[in-house]
Design a protein around this ligand. Structure first.
Ligand code: XLS
Ligand code: NI
Ligand code: NI
Length: 445
């Protein structure tokens, strides 16, 4: 993708040129070693398999502050004390970054794009102005919106939740934000719209009417769906599960909890799931488990492709660098037919002490390379190893005869029991886990 800067605009990364693919022998930190966007793997270009998206909040808004200290990163787009001026500068920097990195998508919260105004109307007005500017930028660069969302967790008014707040006045405020963020997403041609319920949960069940809050959440989501559909949004609504943080317990705990919520409230046709690796591990699952579970229930939507630290019980949002995980998830994604309308949103931040401007490029490049590698290795495993065959072999007794009848639901319990009484003790059949593991590792090269 070519860089397309409008004349007279400030360049925010003057020392960084278009990031190119240089191959695995390159030592250039600002080049791809594995991600070769147009290279065909399993029938389509890498860029179409991976559909990378930059997370606006971490990369352009996050300055490294944490509960123990202020921000450490001095971004050149973050200098004006006028919040709207800063928002326009951030937009320029963001699109320069997307183009130089060569990603096709981005994602934002309303408050990343535009600041909060003095009231709901002013906030909406600000968002509309920045949406117009972003639309122009998208047109010039060819970069698209993977999803938009509303930040319903930072402002103090949302301390007891947004759609699940016990105070109706807060629920209406959340609705005004979602309406405006949906309008922005529709205007920018977003493929998806996300709900992450960071404060839709509780600190104590003693003061919480859980059933009422869940009912309200479902009503709120269905009204957002109705508004979106009536106003031209044909994309997918996504729920992003996370078990905790900032709430002690979040209702959208994991994929299985969200699937049952969606089915219970008849929302499963419009809502799918945005799965984040670090949220999966916080819930005690692997990323692979959550992805496979979503596909199983036809609930797969999109991915927030970061990783946590195995020794920490919180959301560290690191850039994905675990090759083994990348291979495992790509095996599943290739087998299930790809991302469809979803993508891979980084939702990752450089460490607080990574303060050079180039570090945000290096973080993204490294994650893109890790996933490109995962894709190529997974494809190699599927094409050139016994992996899939061995897995299928474990289930071969269901391929024909009575096993097939069972799989088709055609044997009742008595018939099944009779079969057991007429046969010898089944012979033991090895699960071969070590063999599977050795095949994966052999292909990681
Ligand atoms: C926070 C979430 C958040 C969502 C979007 O943990 O990951 O960043 O992706 O609201
Ligand atoms: Ni996320
Ligand atoms: Ni997260």
């Amino acid at each position: 993708m070519s860089i397309n800067l409008t004349l007279g605009e400030k360049e925010y990364f003057p020392n960084i040129k278009q990031i190119e693919y240089e191959g695995r022998d390159s030592d250039n930190p600002l080049a791809f070693k594995f991600y070769d966007s147009e290279k065909i793997v399993s029938g389509k270009p890498m860029r179409e398999h991976l559909k990378f998206a930059v997370a606006y909040w971490h990369t352009f808004c996050g300055t490294g502050s944490d509960p123990f200290g202020p921000g450490t990163k001095h971004f050149p787009w973050n200098v004006s004390s006028n919040q709207m001026e800063a928002a326009y500068a951030r937009l320029d920097a963001a699109f320069e970054f997307f183009s130089k990195l060569g990603v096709d998508y981005y994602c934002f919260h309303d408050r990343d794009l535009a600041p909060e105004g003095n009231d709901a109307n002013e906030s909406e007005e600000y968002l509309q102005q920045l949406t117009q500017a972003a639309k122009k930028k998208q047109k010039e660069s060819g970069v698209k919106l993977l999803w938009g969302t509303a930040n319903l967790f930072s402002h103090p008014r949302f301390m007891n939740g947004a759609a699940t707040n016990p105070d109706f006045n807060v629920v209406t405020y959340a609705a005004s934000q979602v309406k405006a963020a949906l309008d922005a997403t529709i205007s920018l041609g977003g493929d998806n719209y996300v709900f992450w319920g960071g404060r839709e949960g509780y600190s104590s069940l003693l003061n919480t009417n859980m059933k009422k809050e869940l009912d309200h959440l479902a009503i709120f989501l269905s009204k957002a769906r109705d508004y979106g559909r009536a106003n031209g949004f044909n994309g997918t609504f996504l729920i992003e599960p996370k078990p905790m943080e900032p709430s002690k317990h979040q209702y959208d705990f994991d994929v299985a909890a969200v699937v049952s919520f969606l089915k219970h409230y008849d929302l499963e046709n419009d809502f799918k799931i945005n799965i984040e690796n670090n949220h999966a591990t916080l819930a005690g699952h692997t990323f692979a488990h959550e992805i496979q579970t979503a596909y199983n229930f036809n609930a797969f939507g999109s991915l927030d492709i970061n990783q946590g630290d195995p020794h920490n019980g919180w959301d560290t949002d690191e850039f994905l660098n675990n090759i083994y995980d990348a291979v495992h998830i790509m095996l599943i994604i290739l087998n299930e037919g790809g991302l469809k309308s979803g993508g891979m949103n980084f939702d990752a931040k450089t460490r607080r002490s990574s303060t050079d401007l180039e570090d945000i490029f290096i973080g993204h490049i490294h994650a893109m390379d890790t996933l490109a590698r995962g894709l190529m290795i997974a494809d190699d495993i599927l094409q050139n190893s016994e992996y899939q065959n061995l897995k299928n072999q474990r289930y071969k007794s269901f391929d024909d005869n009575k096993g097939l009848l069972f799989s088709d639901g055609k044997l009742n319990l008595e018939e099944l029991a009779n079969l057991a009484s007429n046969q010898d003790e089944p012979s033991l059949s090895s699960g071969k886990q070590e063999l599977f593991e050795s095949i994966i590792n052999k292909h990681i090269k």
